[in-house]
Design a protein around this ligand. Structure first.
Ligand SMILES: [Cu+2]
Length: 454
């Protein structure tokens, strides 16, 4: 044990002090300081290695002092933060040691319940080569260290040093954001005024300051939502700093404040369009579709309504088909979001039935008669159309085709039945003409009566 050899040394020193004449005073001082210097060189070297490993200078200095008392250190730290620490142990006239007393600062290296990872054993006295002041660097870890003075009879000089973990270092700036609120128009602009709210959070050291700058202005402290009333485009820049001194990058939000719109007192403009297939009279063939359009430059169109013929007004949502043949009236109106309703407007139109299919019009007659004792069947087809027609006359007694029968003219043929009497029957006539560029063939039938010529 170190203490056994050391106490031997101390008794030697005490004897020497009581009889200074035995030795030269110089020699005594040399011996007294030689040993602690050797000890300290070992501790210091170890501490220096730890410091180099940590790669940084010690930021904490812990100072123990001792005076003439052998029951307590004059001063000693009680707490420290883990990490590289400069330990100072001083006992000399400036700390009240006027007797030339020797003390040690020794860290307990075996008692249960204490940290034993730091080896400190500093002997100091006012007359050593350091003048009683010694300094070493060590790396303290979280936990409790016990220290004491090793000098026999100094058992009361004991204490504990509690070391805690350092706070983590905050290197992340705050998160900062801004929102703009207020009444917005359809373009997203703020009507009359806007309010800018800046929010910042910092998960580590916490938010220290929030600042904003309006348009080209200087940054200033943000304490409450910022009202912006001036009409125009605005930019608010903002940033926040945390308690560790990290400042966020400057961000910005841009928005526009516009003057309030004057009240809308103008009703919508509304119109109706009728579409469909028109005939030459301008009537709609089979159906018409009514499309209603409304615009409102200020508050905007709210509702469009229509009423067909004598019906009630109803919401207009899509073009209205009208299929019923006859004359129709559609009334219509629109209302804007400010409650202005247009005058009722009216559109009228007529729907007519589809025209009959094209035909070659003929008037066909057939008759039976006697010529002597012979029966003849006579067929006449008058072209009632506007264009020439080819007319085919067909009877049980023969067929005759007459081309290019002019309008108003007729095709005629009398067929010899080669009999003295015949029963009643029918003839078939077809008329073919070109109508609107297409050949149209229309069949007709005509009856003739029974006859006897005998
Ligand atoms: Cu002591």
């Amino acid at each position: 044990m170190r203490i056994s050899s050391f106490s031997g040394f101390l008794s030697y020193v005490r004897k020497a002090l009581r009889s200074p004449a035995t030795f030269g005073r110089m020699a005594l001082v040399m011996v007294a300081v030689a040993l602690p210097t050797v000890w300290l060189s070992g501790v210091g070297a170890a501490a220096q290695d730890q410091g180099q490993q940590a790669g940084q200078a010690a930021e904490q200095t812990l100072v123990w002092t001792a005076d003439n008392s052998y029951t307590a250190y004059k001063s000693a730290p009680t707490t420290a933060t883990a990490g590289l620490v400069t330990i100072v142990f001083e006992t000399n006239a400036s700390t009240g040691n006027t007797f030339g007393m020797t003390h040690t600062l020794t860290f307990d290296d075996d008692s249960p319940g204490y940290n034993h990872d730091v080896n400190i054993n500093i002997m100091a006295s006012p007359f050593d080569t350091s003048g009683g002041r010694h300094e070493v660097q060590v790396n303290l870890t979280p936990g409790t260290y016990r220290y004491y003075c090793e000098i026999p009879g100094h058992a009361g000089m004991v204490g504990e040093l509690v070391v805690t973990s350092p706070e983590p270092t905050d290197t992340t700036p705050p998160q900062v954001s801004a929102s703009v609120s207020g009444e917005q128009n359809a373009d997203g602009d703020y009507v009359s005024s806007a309010s800018v709210t800046v929010s910042a959070t910092d998960a580590e050291s916490g938010v220290d300051t929030v600042e904003y700058a309006l348009d080209g202005g200087e940054f200033q402290a943000y304490t409450a939502p910022v009202p912006v009333n001036q009409v125009g485009e605005h930019t608010v820049r903002y940033r926040a700093a945390d308690k560790a001194g990290n400042t966020s990058e400057v961000q910005s939000v841009t928005f526009t404040v516009v003057a309030p719109q004057p009240k809308d007192t103008t009703p919508p403009t509304v119109s109706a369009d009728v579409s469909g297939t028109k005939d030459t009279d301008g009537d709609y063939v089979e159906s018409a579709t009514v499309t209603i359009s409304a615009t409102d430059a200020e508050s905007g169109v709210d509702t469009v309504e229509y009423a067909l013929d004598g019906g009630e007004f109803q919401a207009y949502t899509a073009p209205v088909p009208v299929n019923q043949v006859g004359e129709h009236t559609v009334r219509y109106r629109a209302t804007d979001k400010a409650g202005n309703t247009s005058d009722v407007a009216t559109t009228g139109f007529t729907v007519v039935a589809a025209p009959p299919p094209a035909e070659t019009p003929l008037t066909v007659t057939a008759s039976s008669r006697c010529l002597g004792t012979s029966v003849y069947v006579a067929v006449t087809a008058v072209n009632d159309g506007d264009v020439p027609a080819t007319v085919a006359l067909t009877t049980p007694y023969g067929t005759k085709t007459v081309a290019d029968v002019a309008p108003g003219k007729q095709a005629y043929q009398s067929f010899n039945a080669r009999a003295t009497q015949i029963g009643a029957g029918e003839v078939t006539v077809t008329g073919t003409s070109s109508i609107d560029g297409e050949k149209v063939t229309t069949p007709y039938e005509a009856a003739y009566s029974a006859i006897s010529c005998g």
